[in-house]
Write a protein that binds this ligand. Structure first.
Ligand SMILES: [Mn+2]
Length: 372
């Protein structure tokens, strides 16, 4: 029986990724999430923790970042940890794992060669990475079909045929290698979503743990590590995702076509209030008269989240073309300017000029609201 936790892509030392102030929070959470992986590992009484690459964002990370990771590992002296260098923290000159501190942590093994490593009933077969980018991959593991023990491949790259990417995939991995060599499990890193894949015989033996803490809105199924239990050689692995991510992210699209939808939008945003990180892509058309109400709704919801971003590139403000729809702005001069702008906009054919006029009218509304 072999029990372990599989994790990868911590990418400690990464910048905020365009998240502004929330980037600090995300970086801090990526460290906390490592603690949660070890807590979960202890709770599940695993034999070891296996990390399949990209623990660090690059080989130039600060000693402070390295120390933060080692500090957590050191809190669990009885938990063996096996760490494979990925493409972000690849082997070679200046490799982060050449730093002295890694040699001093006795229960941490850097899988920096192709030599199999035994741990209890398991034998790990590492394929460490030694360059940042490559469109080639060698996944010829040792043939262990006749060897006793539970054999676990540890690698970093992209399963061929499983990812839709333009151009060459990074470090291609042929899923046939698992059956060919007789592996019981292939622990992968590189992609940030967790997922289990079947080998060429249809048995789910290949898995990405995904990143332990989500890094951007576009990532799905991130913030997990995998608990893996393999009863004996040849058995089907039991693979269970464990939530370790601390931040909750959500992203949704909303199409608006009238001001009456604003209260619905407000309600929908309230339903998303528990997410730390919320992104909304707002598109459609909205009358300039409703612009301020929209801004007030958004300003309130901005106070509910660590990060709240609204993409309004596809939202167009429009002016009702009906001349009679002009409203009383509470000042004769403003009313006069409003009427004048409306009459010009009706005759304006150039959409760019129209947009300028719409903006002018919306400024007029703001002015009237500030004055009232
Ligand atoms: Mn990678």
């Amino acid at each position: 029986m072999v029990k372990f936790v599989h994790t990868s892509d911590w990418q400690i030392g990464m910048k905020g990724g365009g998240l502004g102030e929330a980037g600090i929070l995300v970086r801090r959470e990526r460290i906390k999430s490592i603690s949660r992986i070890f807590e979960l590992s202890a709770e599940h009484d695993v034999d070891f923790v296996l990390i399949s690459g990209d623990v660090f964002e690059n080989n130039n990370v600060s000693n402070k970042d390295v120390s933060a990771v080692i500090s957590i590992i050191n809190k669990y002296q009885n938990m063996p940890v096996f760490l494979l260098p990925g493409n972000h923290d690849c082997l070679g000159s200046g490799c982060v794992y050449d730093r002295d501190i890694f040699r001093r942590v006795e229960h941490l093994t850097i899988l920096n060669s192709f030599e199999p490593v035994e741990i209890g009933d398991a034998i790990l077969h590492p394929l460490p990475i030694s360059s940042r980018y490559s469109s080639e991959g060698d996944h010829s593991f040792l043939d262990v079909k006749e060897q006793p023990g539970v054999h676990i491949g540890v690698s970093h790259g992209s399963l061929i045929g499983k990812f839709r990417v333009e151009g060459d995939i990074d470090y291609p991995i042929d899923l046939g290698c698992v059956e060919e060599c007789g592996l019981d499990y292939l622990a992968l890193g590189h992609w940030h979503s967790w997922g289990v894949h079947e080998d060429s015989t249809g048995v789910p033996r290949i898995a990405y743990s995904g990143t332990h803490e989500q890094t951007k809105y576009s990532e799905k199924d991130a913030g997990y590590c995998l608990f893996v239990e393999i009863s004996e050689k040849g058995a089907i692995p039991v693979i269970k995702p464990l939530k370790c991510g601390g931040l909750s992210w959500a992203s949704f699209d909303y199409e608006i076509s009238s001001g009456e939808q604003l209260s619905h939008l407000d309600g929908l945003l309230k339903e998303h209030r528990d997410h730390n990180m919320l992104e909304m892509n707002l598109r459609g058309r909205l009358s300039v008269e409703n612009e301020n109400e929209l801004k007030r709704i958004l300003a309130y919801h901005d106070t509910l989240h660590e990060d709240f971003r609204v993409n309004i590139d596809s939202l167009r403000y429009i002016v009702p073309v009906d001349k009679d729809s002009a409203r009383d702005l509470g000042d004769p001069t403003l009313n006069l300017v409003d009427a004048k702008l409306r009459s010009i906009i009706l005759d304006e054919a150039d959409p760019r000029q129209q947009a300028v006029l719409v903006e002018a009218i919306s400024m007029l509304y703001r002015l009237s609201e500030e004055g009232s």
